[in-house]
Design a protein around this ligand. Structure first.
Ligand code: AMP
Length: 619
């Protein structure tokens, strides 16, 4: 008998009702174990809050606005009733359950029925058709089933289950080693397939599949050079315990030795990207993924062209940068100003572009600045220490860079003259490569770090990165093995939760934004800002928020928490104006972070930390 949705949602309720991770894992394992394998695969996927496997490539493209319309249609609820329900739960799934109680439905849906409906929704081109199919699905669901279907559709289960816990449950259900399950999923990117391998004891057969994003390793922020050194020394001291003997030293030499464990790089202000290419099965295919796991390939055709010729499967980690050639024309070929990255603003026009014109390509040359190598020569090398990955990366760039060269006749962009690029021309002396190796040095002294920071800022980069040379690449982790030292003043990455119509010149535009930081599974507002965005950006945001409104209160709308801002501020105050208990003083929007998913915004803890650090300075 196929797995019923009723049973699945009952499990979800129990999962949401227990705070214990152990218990959650045990409940899931027991449930999965009792199901036939293909259905257990679907269940695992849905438990993780995903309608499709990562390698699948399909998307539902159904958002809160469409779902709200469907719920209103099915329940007949008025706007105020919808709003009240939403406010009670703070999530659409929970609200829908309340609102749909007016209907009585007998549970009949199975997990394969849900999979079929998702497939049809993804296949429907028009929103109206998607809405009709979604309506059909929710019509057959009980209120409780609708609650979880909506959560899966929106990709946020709020049961406290992350994919890593589902991996653990799979391991427990089929008596497999958790490390093997994790490894298999990282390589193959398809949870149902991994479950099938685990169930049949074949996890060892999982192979790396290119063209699905691996998790990105992230860096922890530090505010000052001193803090960077302190944190980094602690991290390295930990790592050094397991490091080769020559790095394990005692006495006064320790600090020096620890310092030298640091690899120093510039922190670039571009778009973090993972590039997959060189598949023998799919020659010429190149994929670029953002750190929010989105496929950005179509937005950067020149990078695709440059990497299409690779015949060795590769996964590189790096940053897409708008590139400026240095001053040319110095007789001996040297340049007074070196090639360098342009600030993020130059790239902004390319973010999310589906069609890239020849003009855009010419106006903004882009390169891929590689700083890590994750997969090469048929081997996953994330588990190797950074210094080994770095060596492999350097060799690779040396060998492969010529393929990525673009013949060019460039006049100096720095002096603002017209740039002419002739793509596909035979490489000339002044050509440039699309693949660039991020310069890195081994740190020698505190003074060098201070100088490096100043130099990086002078080059127009955001700051510096310190990376532990013995650290492995930890996908999806923000650890202390990578530290970022950026602006002198702290900034916060926040998500917009409400938008308000402006006044005067901005009347008619949603130009005032309330924003929040993360607090566990929830969000807490910390401020409201309206300065720092251009008119064009306000127009774009207005359109977006109109389409992603949760509730319309007239002059203010609560919106789906999707748009991430980087905000600067003067200081943090205690305040009861927002539900966080804090308010940012004089917040200003530095930029819209299209590259950052809402899951990765800063936390309430971070706000409290900044608050505390201010106190330290006053005392
Ligand atoms: P943030 O976006 O502020 O959380 O800082 C982390 C980001 O710094 C990464 O996602 C990268 O986009 C970016 N980054 C810039 N330069 C580097 C580098 N050399 N190594 C690693 N990450 C870098």
């Amino acid at each position: 008998m196929p797995a019923t949705l009723a049973q699945f949602v009952e499990l979800c309720e129990r999962l949401a009702g227990t705070g214990s991770k152990l218990q959650k894992r045990a409940l899931m394992a027991e449930y999965l174990h009792a199901l036939p394998v293909p259905e257990a695969g679907l269940a695992a996927l849905y438990l993780a809050g995903a309608p499709f496997a990562e390698t699948d490539g399909r998307e539902l493209k159904v958002g809160g606005a469409l779902l709200s319309r469907v719920i209103a249609q099915l329940s007949g609820a008025s706007q105020p009733a919808m709003l009240a329900a939403y406010l009670r739960h703070g999530d659409l799934g929970g609200a829908a359950r309340d609102l749909l109680e007016v209907r009585s439905t007998v549970p009949t849906l199975t997990l394969p029925d849900v999979a079929d409906a998702f497939e049809t929704i993804a296949g429907a081109a028009k929103p109206a058709a998607k809405q009709q199919i979604t309506l059909g699905l929710l019509q057959s669901a009980t209120p409780l089933e609708a609650k979880y279907l909506i959560k899966i559709i929106l990709g946020d289960m709020r049961t406290g289950i992350k994919v890593s816990l589902v991996e653990e449950a799979i391991a427990a259900a089929y008596s497999a080693a958790i490390a093997e399950v994790r490894n298999a999923r990282m390589l193959n990117g398809n949870l149902p397939e991994v479950l099938e391998l685990a169930a049949s004891g074949r996890l060892g057969e999982a192979r790396m599949k290119l063209f699905h994003p691996l998790g990105f390793m992230l860096a922890s922020p530090v505010e000052t050079v001193e803090e960077a050194l302190q944190r980094f020394s602690n991290e390295v001291a930990e790592e050094a315990k397991s490091a080769p003997p020559e790095t394990r030293q005692d006495g006064p030499a320790v600090k020096d030795a620890l310092l030298k464990e640091a690899q120093l790089e510039d922190k670039y202000d571009g778009i973090r990207a993972q590039i997959h290419c060189g598949s023998p099965e799919q020659p010429g295919r190149v994929a670029l993924f953002s750190r929010s796991r989105e496929d950005m390939t179509v937005s950067f055709p020149e990078i695709v062209e440059a990497f299409a010729g690779f015949d060795n499967p590769l996964v590189l980690d790096g940053e897409i940068l708008a590139w400026s050639r240095g001053n040319e024309g110095v007789p001996d070929g040297s340049r007074a100003v070196a090639d360098h990255a342009l600030p993020f603003a130059s790239l902004q026009a390319r973010v999310g572009r589906k069609r890239v014109t020849a003009e855009m390509r010419e106006d903004t040359p882009v390169v891929f600045m590689a700083f890590d190598l994750l997969y090469a020569n048929g081997e996953m090398i994330m588990e190797k220490p950074l210094h080994e990955r770095r060596r492999a990366l350097e060799e690779l760039v040396q060998r492969e860079q010529p393929r990525t060269r673009v013949g060019s006749r460039l006049s100096s962009m720095a002096s603002g003259q017209q740039t002419e690029l002739h793509f596909g021309e035979v490489a000339a002396a002044d050509s440039f490569a699309r693949l660039v190796l991020a310069p890195a040095v081994q740190l020698q002294s505190v003074e060098q770090l201070e100088q490096a920071y100043v130099d990086a800022r002078a080059r127009g980069n955001e700051g510096v990165m310190l990376k532990a040379r013995h650290s492995i690449y930890q996908p999806g982790r923000r650890g202390l093995a990578w530290l970022k030292l950026k602006r002198e003043l702290a900034t916060l990455d926040v998500v917009v939760t409400a938008a308000e119509y402006g006044q005067g010149r901005r009347a008619g535009w949603l130009s005032d934004y309330t924003f929040a930081v993360r607090d566990g599974d929830g969000l807490r507002n910390v401020g409201k800002a309206y300065s720092g965005v251009t008119d064009a950006e306000i127009a774009r945001l207005t359109q977006f928020f109109l389409e992603h409104t949760l509730e319309d209160f007239g002059s203010v709308r609560t919106v789906e928490p999707l748009v991430v801002f980087e905000v600067a501020f003067n200081n943090v105050m205690r305040s009861d104006r927002h539900d966080s208990g804090f308010a940012l003083r004089f917040p200003r929007i530095l930029r819209i972070r299209d590259d950052k998913p809402a899951e990765e915004i800063d936390t309430l803890e971070r706000v409290a930390e900044i608050y505390e650090s201010q106190l330290d300075k006053v005392v």
